[in-house]
Ligand binder design. Structure first.
Ligand SMILES: Cc1cc2nc3c(=O)[nH]c(=O)nc-3n(C[C@H](O)[C@H](O)[C@H](O)COP(=O)(O)OP(=O)(O)OC[C@H]3O[C@@H](n4cnc5c(N)ncnc54)[C@H](O)[C@@H]3O)c2cc1C
Length: 387
């Protein structure tokens, strides 16, 4: 039994917990970061080589948060001394008259985000080997790009430890007892913290059950598909091919997105922005490939330079809320238990700013961003707090 009381204990060392822990340590808080698996691991949501970073969103609040997030990524890069971001631009395509595409376009204009609007007749002068769908508009978020995910995660964890933080992996938290000082138990130790941050990704509800709370979260398995270029280099980052998002594709209900070939030369990552429900402890038992069929049809129609069958399929998970917005809030009954959850497949790019606001909540400060879109209260009719 350890008698030391930490200022904060962060549970879950994915990108959100690691960024939160780093912010706390930077603010001279005695911080413990606990992770159930031996690091690095590929069983949550933060592994893999790449993620998209962009300001192109329909909602003002995401675009606004991204302004500071870009600055914090640049700071992190400097502190870590490694490249974490590569600018590629992001091509957004979507039905010109749809609410989603119009909203995104308006948000970009309202916030004066550097954007190139592509007319249909000039589309292929700028973007080759992509067929723009009939009735679709297109724009480019010019400062968007690729984040090197695995490298970022390791850099943040390293910086956290260099700032005096304590990182313990291979420690599954099996109990959280609320109180003025929160007691956190693992199979082999008991820790105490003045505050606790729960950033457990797909396992959020398992952890929250200890504190009498359940959120309406759905965990889905994502088939991370890489498609072979018929002519190597066609969609390469070195040929300045951008990331892309296809809003409202004909083939399926959810968006399709892609990143230029980069981490695996000759292979382009193209994924469906939804998957089938899974138990996070039994992810690989979910074998549904309906999303891959949707992608194969899209690739055939719109990306003619790719072989329309995936060459590599990896696995990852999303933890999805009903409105696809995050949960960034304090526990409704215990102000010193802070929750970061439900990142719904788009949280990586925000992780430095999420780390900042979660650390502010843990330190009892007023968060520097308006967190009203992310409150637990919005699920009130669905969440049941038994305490
Ligand atoms: C295929 C894919 C593509 C994506 N693309 C993008 C993108 O392009 N842009 C973007 O911004 N975002 C993207 N995302 C989303 C982004 O990666 C996630 O939002 C983010 O990684 C979530 O991080 P997290 O820390 O909440 O979860 P995780 O990374 O899952 O971390 C949670 C951690 O908590 C640990 N844990 C759980 N329970 C316990 C316990 N009891 N005790 C101790 N530790 C515990 C887990 O082991 C895990 O390490 C993508 C996600 C996927 C899967």
């Amino acid at each position: 039994m350890s008698s030391k009381v930490f200022d904060c204990i962060v549970i879950g060392a994915g990108i959100q917990g690691s960024c939160t822990a780093y912010q706390l340590a930077k603010n001279k808080q005695k911080t413990l970061l606990l992770e159930q698996f031996v690091l690095p691991h590929s069983r949550g949501s933060s592994h893999g080589q790449t993620r998209i970073i962009r300001k192109a969103y329909e909602e003002d609040f995401y675009t606004q948060m991204m302004q500071e997030s870009y600055e914090l990524w640049a700071e992190l890069e400097k502190e870590a001394g490694v490249e974490l971001y590569r600018r590629t631009g992001l091509l957004v395509m979507g039905p010109e008259k749809s609410e989603g595409f119009s909203k995104l376009k308006d948000t970009m204009q309202r916030h004066k985000i550097p954007t190139v609007f592509l007319e249909k007749q000039e589309f292929n002068e700028h973007i080759s080997n992509v067929n723009l769908s009939e009735g679709n508009g297109a724009l480019i978020d010019t400062f968007a790009g690729v984040l090197y995910a695995e490298r970022s995660l390791q850099a943040v964890q390293r910086l956290f430890q260099c700032s005096g933080g304590v990182l313990k992996d291979g420690q599954t938290v099996t109990g959280v007892s609320p109180g003025a000082v929160v007691t956190v138990s693992t199979g082999s130790a008991v820790y105490r913290g003045k505050s606790v941050v729960i950033t457990a990704g797909p396992w959020a509800n398992t952890l929250l059950a200890h504190a009498g709370l359940q959120l309406p979260l759905k965990v889905v398995k994502i088939n991370v598909c890489y498609w072979k270029e018929k002519i190597p280099g066609t969609y390469s980052v070195d040929q300045s091919f951008p990331c892309f998002i296809q809003m409202e594709p004909k083939e399926g209900e959810y968006d399709i997105y892609g990143l230029p070939s980069n981490e695996y030369p000759g292979l382009m990552k193209v994924c469906y922005h939804m998957g089938s429900e899974t138990d996070p402890d039994e992810r690989d038992k979910q074998t549904d490939r309906g999303d891959i069929d949707i992608l194969a049809r899209y690739v055939t129609r719109c990306l003619p330079g790719l072989v329309p069958a995936p060459a590599v399929v990896e696995s990852c998970m999303y933890t999805v809320t009903p409105d696809h917005h995050f949960v960034l809030d304090s526990h409704p009954s215990y102000g010193n238990i802070i929750i970061g959850a439900g990142f719904s497949g788009h949280g990586f790019k925000f992780s430095p700013i999420i780390g900042k606001v979660l650390s502010q909540l843990a330190m009892g400060q007023v968060p520097s961003h308006d967190l009203s879109p992310f409150r637990i209260q919005r699920f009130q009719s669905q969440s049941k707090s038994s305490l």
